[in-house]
Design a protein around this ligand. Structure first.
Ligand SMILES: [Zn+2]
Length: 212
């Protein structure tokens, strides 16, 4: 089956232009190996690109994407171990000391979880997603039920980042590194329409807009 034309066209354009201009960066990146400055766990959403938001070059970030940028709870025989494996590789093999959980506005995964948990008669309809979003349940239980639905979803996007950070801190290797002050964890929420980036203040546990 041939690769669709739109992919071949884009590849040709990238190879003839961007790649040619930066060919030394690519060559060095291969011979020197990767030494990313941070790990970013973000959503599969096609509108959320850390490389664009942080104007990054190849090699800058070790990026893991999953539905709704979740860190699952750690158990010794964890399901959903793909995300945990990426974290383990990032901190052990690549010696990354900054981990960022990057959530975003209008997150389909978070909305799905909200609809799923709000409907008391709900039964699982999806082979994988309904199981994956169970990771959002502890955050959902903290929602202010007086908020309007749209505000609840945005609140859940942020509460889920806080929950993922809590799960991250319980992973044994992260616990060890935290005790030695060798790891820093950051929560970010990105608003697609405005480009606004909010940072989780770990003292107030509130998201504050990043001023620049
Ligand atoms: Zn999302």
């Amino acid at each position: 089956m041939p690769l669709p034309d739109f992919l071949i066209d884009r590849y040709r354009d990238w190879k003839n232009n961007s790649f040619v201009k930066k060919s030394k960066i690519y060559k060095d990146a291969e011979s020197n190996g990767q030494k990313p400055k941070a790990m970013i766990v973000t959503c599969c959403d096609s509108r959320v690109h850390p490389i664009k938001i942080f104007n990054a070059e190849i090699g800058d970030f070790f990026i893991h994407k999953n539905i709704a940028n979740l860190i699952p709870r750690y158990y010794s025989n964890s399901d959903h171990s793909e995300t945990l494996a990426a974290i383990e590789y990032g901190v052990k093999n690549l010696k990354i000391s900054e981990i960022i959980i990057l959530g975003h506005s209008k997150c389909g995964g978070i909305e799905h979880a909200h609809n799923y948990f709000s409907d008391k008669n709900n039964t699982p309809k999806n082979l994988f997603i309904d199981s994956w979003i169970q990771n959002i349940k502890p955050a959902y239980l903290k929602l202010d039920s007086k908020l309007k639905k749209e505000n609840q979803i945005q609140s859940l996007e942020k509460l889920s980042i806080i929950n993922s950070i809590s799960n991250l801190k319980k992973i044994p290797i992260i616990k060890e590194l935290a005790l030695e002050n060798k790891i820093r964890i950051h929560g970010l929420w990105f608003e697609i329409a405005t480009g606004k980036l909010m940072y989780l203040d770990d003292k107030s546990i509130e998201f504050e807009t990043i001023n620049y």
